[in-house]
Every structure is written in structure tokens, then in C-alpha cells.
Design a protein around this ligand. Structure first.
Ligand SMILES: [Zn+2]
Length: 465
């Protein structure tokens, strides 16, 4: 008998391999963080002696979902920004929170966000902090990513400009200050497949021309990928025409910003010419449908972006513009929004959505040969659903079942990097109840301290938990 760490047996596996094979009554053998073997349970189970043998009869296994955009610290702002115009939402809710949160607080808040990601089948996340005014805020945000067990990419916004467009003065610093922070961060946290620091620009209108040049130079010099909100709403082009006499995407092309190492978040306002420029430079795109709807920003032209051959990943965006971190919900909304936009239900199907949430996300991370599908040799990043609920049955097509019928309550197991983070719906390595309680207490105290709750009409007193 060969030795293994984990044997998942009798599952229905949605592999996401190149043939999109779905394998009934199959087993997955995990050794360390790798998938060692996949095969019919009747063949495989007799060959391996595993430390943990988990029977997944009646359950469905999927590759781990990849959340390509988040602001984990915004979990603290959940419930504060409903029904507010986007500029108000920034100045009243998210910016004061970013400027007042402490390192201890950010650790617990981010960890709480990660818990929900694990519950919704996520195994990788690209996180974006706002301006960390002390180095400890970087550290504790990163520690939360590491302790969560998720595969993480940490970024923190460079913002040296934008007073006239509503960026509060306290979020602005000279570009060199940010570049220096990044140099220290990358030295302290050198890139691995589990964790890496990437460079983030808030948006084209939150950085000076000099800032864009310096950030691009740093990214190229250090081989660090970049993330940027592009075309989230009308503000991008409005400010770009004001400053540079042209829309933001052509301007970014002109200064050499468009390249394969750039991940563009949102892309709501992209027109046909912008999409052509993105395709020419192989820019990656993160689609965040719940956030786009929540903030009233609009509908990204995802089907045109897909037709142009661009790499697309899905994101939940921060909880401040979502009110949850639910990737299962995001998949359904991602499909529904495109169907509504086209007034044609056939424009996108469940398989396409799952491709974005897995394979597209893996390519966005530059890890397409490591994650995104369940195949021998790849890393063991996967999740399991128990579809035996009234909401979900009957099951005809497991992919459609996941995208259109499931909720995060159906996710019973999440494995990232070969480690079981959740089993039978129970988080294995963290005290979930305690983190949730602390998240509630910290968020109320922080909101009170920084005034981010000033627009919440509250007719009652006390703590709901
Ligand atoms: Zn964002």
C-alpha cells in the first residue's frame, strides 16, 4: 500500500480539465499540497493508505474558487453604506474606516472576511488594502491572509493625487513613500505560490502622472504584477479627459501601462476601442457583478471582453460594496447580470461562469499550471458541496447546480494548499465563533470612533450579537 495524507473517496468530481470531465464515484489522493492520483474509487482506494479517509458519497467536488478582487478590511463597513451614492460611500464609510482601523483590528476583521470566503469555496484571494498609514497595518492584514490558510495576494493602494475628485487628504502621500513601503514589503514577504505582494493603484484618477510612471517602473523592475480599478464608473473617463484630454484606457496605453501583468478591476465603462487595447496588451480583467450593482455603477461588457479573448476572473469586491463575501452568490449574479444586459438568456451559461471563477482566476494569478482544475500534479485546492437540500435538488447538471441553485450553506469542505480548512461545515484551524464575536465588537467601536455610521438611521440601542 502506498502512503498518502488525504484520500477523498466516492465523490462526483467536476474536474475543470480541458475536456471539462465530470467523474462519478471517483477518488482523489493528496500527498502534501499536491494531487497525487485521481481515479475510480474501486481502483484507487485499495492502493493507498491515507491518514485521513473522507467518504464523499452524495457530494460534489469542485476546484477551489478564485476571488480576484477584495478589500478584506471593508468587512468592518458591512451594513454602513447601503443606498448611498458612490462618492458619499467613499468619504463617509470606507475612507474613514481605512484611516482609523488599528493593526489589531485589521487582523480580526480580515480574518473574519476570510472565514466567509472559506465557507463559499474560495481557496485564493487577491486583497487590496487602502492606505496603510503604519507598517503594522500591512503586517496584520498579511498575517490574517496567512493564518486563514488561503492562497493570498496582498496589495495596498498607491494614492498620491485626487483631492479635487474627492480623495480625502489623509489617504494621500507622496509616491516615493508608497514605493518605499512596497520595497520593504516585498523584501519582508518574498513571493511564493501561497503569498505574494502585488502593487495596487486605486484608479487612474487617484495617482499623478509621475506616480503612474514611478509605480510602473517599480513593477517592471521588481517583476511585481499590478492591480488597478479601471472604468468602475463615469469618474475615470471624466477625470482623464479633464487631465489628459482623452479617455483613461487610451491614456494608460499611451504611457505603457497596459500589459499582461496588469489586472484591471471592474471595467464597467470599457468601450469597443478600450477592449481592443486590452486585448492587444493581454490585460487581465476582474468582474465584480454584485459590487457593480450595489454601487449602481453599471454593467461591465463581459461578453464582449470574453469574445475579445481576454482572461477574466470573478471577484466579490469588498464587503462594503457587497455586504457579503459570497463567491457562490457572485457566480449566479455574474450570469444573471449579463443575461439581463443582453436581454438574452443564452449569452452565458453556467460552465462559462465556473470557468471564470476557476481557470480564469488561476490565469489571473499566473498559476494556471498549479490551480484552477482538479488534475494530477496540481495543488490540492478544492471544495465540496452537499447538494441534498430542498433548495438544490434535483441535480441534472452539477455545474448548473453549483452556479444557479447552491448557497454557501451547501459548501461542506474546503481544502487549500493540501490543508483541510473546513470539514462538515466546521472551520478546522480557527475559532470561528470567537472571531465573529470580536468582528462585531471591533466594527461597532470603529464605526463609532471614525463616524462611518453617521448616515445609519438607528432607532434602537445595543449590540445585536
Ligand atoms: Zn475594489
Amino acid at each position: 500500500m502506498k502512503k498518502a495524507d488525504i484520500l477523498l473517496t466516492h465523490g462526483l468530481i467536476v474536474t475543470q480539465d480541458k475536456d471539462r470531465s465530470v467523474l462519478p464515484d471517483h477518488s482523489i489522493v493528496i500527498i502534501g499540497n499536491r494531487i497525487q492520483a485521481i481515479g475510480p474509487s474501486s481502483d484507487i482506494d485499495g492502493q493507498y493508505e491515507a491518514e485521513k479517509i473522507i467518504d464523499l458519497s452524495g457530494k460534489i467536488i469542485f476546484p477551489g474558487l478564485i476571488n480576484t478582487h477584495d478589500h478584506l478590511f471593508q468587512v468592518a463597513t458591512k451594513g454602513l453604506g447601503e443606498d448611498m451614492a458612490v462618492q458619499d460611500w467613499v468619504t463617509v464609510v470606507t475612507a474613514p474606516t481605512a484611516a482609523n482601523i488599528t493593526p489589531d483590528e485589521i487582523y480580526t476583521i480580515c480574518l473574519s472576511g476570510c472565514l466567509e470566503l472559506i465557507h463559499s469555496g474560495v481557496t485564493s484571494v487577491i486583497d487590496m488594502n487602502y492606505m496603510a498609514y503604519t507598517f503594522g497595518l500591512h503586517d496584520e492584514n498579511i498575517h490574517a491572509l496567512v493564518d486563514s490558510g488561503l492562497r493570498g495576494r496582498y496589495t495596498s493602494i498607491i494614492s498620491d493625487y485626487g483631492l479635487q475628485y474627492g480623495i480625502p487628504e489623509y489617504l494621500i502621500r507622496p509616491t516615493d513613500w508608497f514605493i518605499n513601503q512596497y520595497a520593504q514589503l516585498i523584501e519582508k514577504y518574498p513571493p511564493t505560490e501561497r503569498l505574494a505582494v502585488w502593487v495596487a493603484i486605486g484608479a487612474p484618477w487617484t495617482v499623478s502622472g509621475e506616480g503612474l510612471d514611478k509605480a510602473l517602473d517599480f513593477s517592471k523592475r521588481t517583476g511585481t504584477p499590478m492591480v488597478m480599478h479601471i472604468g468602475e464608473n463615469w469618474v475615470d473617463n471624466h477625470c482623464s479627459i479633464d487631465r489628459f484630454g482623452m479617455n483613461s484606457v487610451p491614456y494608460l496605453e499611451k504611457i505603457g501601462f497596459l500589459r499582461p501583468e496588469l489586472l484591471a478591476i471592474h471595467c464597467v465603462t470599457l468601450d469597443d476601442e478600450d477592449i481592443k487595447l486590452f486585448a492587444k496588451h493581454d490585460v487581465k480583467v476582474s468582474y465584480n457583478p454584485v459590487s457593480n450593482m450595489y454601487l449602481g455603477n453599471g454593467i461591465p461588457p463581459m461578453m464582449k471582453i470574453q469574445e475579445a479573448g481576454l482572461t477574466i476572473g470573478l471577484g466579490v469586491d469588498g464587503a462594503g460594496s457587497n455586504n457579503s463575501q459570497d463567491m457562490i452568490e457572485t457566480m449566479k449574479v455574474a450570469a444573471l447580470l449579463q443575461k439581463v444586459a443582453a436581454r438574452d438568456a443564452s449569452v452565458v451559461n453556467a460552465q462559462q461562469i465556473l470557468d471564470w471563477a476557476t481557470l480564469g482566476g488561476a490565469k489571473t494569478l499566473g498559476l494556471e499550471d498549479q490551480i484552477g482544475s482538479i488534475e494530477v500534479g496540481k495543488q490540492a485546492d478544492l471544495f465540496v458541496i452537499a447538494p441534498n437540500s430542498a433548495k438544490v435538488v434535483p441535480i441534472h447538471d452539477p455545474v448548473a447546480t453549483l452556479v444557479y441553485s447552491c448557497g454557501q450553506e451547501n459548501v461542506v469542505m474546503t481544502i487549500a494548499n493540501g490543508v483541510i480548512l473546513m470539514q462538515d461545515g466546521v472551520i478546522q484551524h480557527l475559532d470561528e465563533e470567537k472571531i465573529i464575536q470580536q468582528c462585531q465588537e471591533i466594527s461597532l467601536a470603529l464605526a463609532e470612533r471614525c463616524g462611518s455610521n453617521s448616515k445609519v438611521k438607528r432607532s434602537w440601542k445595543g449590540n445585536a450579537l
